[in-house]
Design a protein around this ligand. Structure first.
Ligand code: HEM
Ligand code: HEM
Length: 392
């Protein structure tokens, strides 16, 4: 099964790599304590990462999965529109994060929200009559949660621009909707596909669907609990997240056993993404039990460890695997340096955050960031003009 949208997918993935440079450079300067950044620069670090790198690549992944096997030219106009509107609106919005807290920010945020809505609507329509694998189901669920998260983000932007009628609880509900609700199912989808490339052609089993539906329900409980300030609902989400993860691990066991960390495959990125999903959900359980359930504010360093374990450990491993599928091959040394630098650097970074150790952060951020910059520098040329068939 081939993908008719490969050209637009390559544009999106190249733009995502290019934008990610900003997040990484700020991250390295921040982590090595060379520069102290203000709120605006940090929020731009966050949203270039979450929108420019993650959401843009998720839209690319949806175009791939939900276009598989379609004839050339199908939905070409709409897909081309998404291919250009996504990088343009996201770039405009992150520039707003860097420069203003006014109503311009939610206005541009609304444009990004509309792009995500169009991508979701196209995905739902393209799902009809198609064999839906677990990665397909995960992607559908994730895009739905991303639409909800974007609405909360726009409301939060309006509140911060001075609209006091909007509840301050959007300040916690928006990041939670995105980090837990959106990223857990999308992470599961990317992990499954990266570990087992043939999975996208197999109809989802009941266990696979339950594995996605449970964390989505958990994410919805977290959002309602935070929005309405009903904290027991946040705690109630835990078994949903944990059981979903256990089902994923059991289902992926044969693929995990067949994966070598030494071979230059998408599978080893999938395996590390799975390991970091376990780390991420373990930190989430700890945070909820120790802090949220007792109505205490969690310490910032734990939130940072939670965030980066999913942003880098799960999503960046998953997206780099996706890029491997669409680019030309690069030298073996590059693939090994990126893989080891990213994952070992992140391990030290997360330990440094958990232990509140500045020296560990100072060592880890250039290693992890350098590995990502190498992936950017080699990935963009390798995507340009690549013609290999990204079939399953
Ligand atoms: C998808 C990518 C990324 C996302 C979404 C992300 C997100 C975040 C968030 C939410 C914060 C907290 C901001 C605040 O205090 O308001 C943060 C801080 C930080 N990030 Fe990232 N980040 C990403 C990638 C990176 C990378 C690649 C590096 C390093 C190379 C990095 C290093 C840091 C550092 C050092 C801090 C500050 C930590 C501290 O205050 O101790 N981040 N990031
Ligand atoms: C249309 C999409 C989005 C909109 C409109 C939006 C809007 C916002 C706004 C207005 C804030 C508060 C900014 C401030 O304090 O000045 C915020 C914070 C945040 N957003 Fe988003 N956002 C979007 C997408 C995302 C995505 C995709 C993610 C994660 C996957 C994300 C994660 C976060 C996080 C973690 C914070 C808190 C950062 C911190 O204070 O350290 N956002 N967002």
């Amino acid at each position: 099964m081939t993908s008719p949208h490969a050209a637009q997918i390559r544009i999106l993935l190249s733009a995502a790599l290019a934008l990610f440079t900003f997040t990484v450079v700020i991250g390295i300067l921040n982590g090595t304590d060379l520069v102290e950044f203000g709120h605006k620069a940090l929020l731009t670090h966050v949203h270039v990462g979450t929108l420019g790198w993650i959401t843009m690549s998720v839209i690319a992944a949806s175009l791939w999965l939900f276009g598989l096997g379609d004839p050339a030219g199908k939905d070409a106009g709409l897909v081309r529109l998404l291919g250009y509107a996504t990088p343009l609106t996201i770039t405009a919005y992150v520039l707003a994060f860097l420069t203003t807290g006014s109503n311009v920010r939610p206005a541009l945020g609304t444009l990004v929200g509309l792009v995500i809505l169009v991508a979701f609507a196209w995905t739902v329509r393209s799902a009809r009559g198609r064999v839906l694998s677990v990665p397909h189901v995960g992607m559908l669920a994730a895009l739905l949660m991303s639409v909800l998260g974007a609405v909360l983000g726009i409301l939060l932007g309006l509140r911060l621009a001075g609209n006091d009628s909007i509840s301050e609880t959007t300040g916690e509900a928006h990041p939670a909707a995105m980090v837990v609700g959106f990223l857990v199912p999308v992470g599961m989808a990317l992990i499954e596909w990266a570990l087992d490339g043939t999975s996208v052609a197999r109809r989802a089993t009941v266990a696979g669907i339950v594995q996605i539906v449970l964390p989505v329900l958990g994410g919805i409980l977290v959002i309602i609990g935070l929005l309405a300030d009903i904290l027991p609902l946040v705690t109630l989400s835990l078994p949903f997240e944990v059981i979903g993860l256990i089902i994923l691990i059991v289902r992926m066991r044969p693929a995990v056993m067949a994966t070598s960390l030494m071979a230059r495959t998408t599978a080893r990125h999938g395996l590390m993404a799975l390991v970091y999903l376990v780390v991420n959900l373990s930190i989430l359980v700890f945070l909820i039990v120790k802090y949220f359930a007792k109505e205490l504010d969690p310490p910032a360093h734990l939130l940072l460890a939670l965030d980066h374990s999913i942003f880098i450990g799960v999503m960046t491993n998953g997206i780099l695997a996706l890029i491997m599928r669409f680019r030309r091959t690069v030298s073996a040394a590059v693939d090994h340096i990126v893989f080891v630098g990213l994952n070992a650097g992140l391990a030290v970074f997360v330990v440094g955050l958990l232990a509140e150790s500045a020296p560990l952060k100072q060592v880890a951020t250039p290693v992890m960031g350098g590995a990502i910059l190498l992936a950017v520098a080699t990935g963009i040329p390798a995507l340009r003009g690549a013609t290999q068939d990204p079939s399953t």
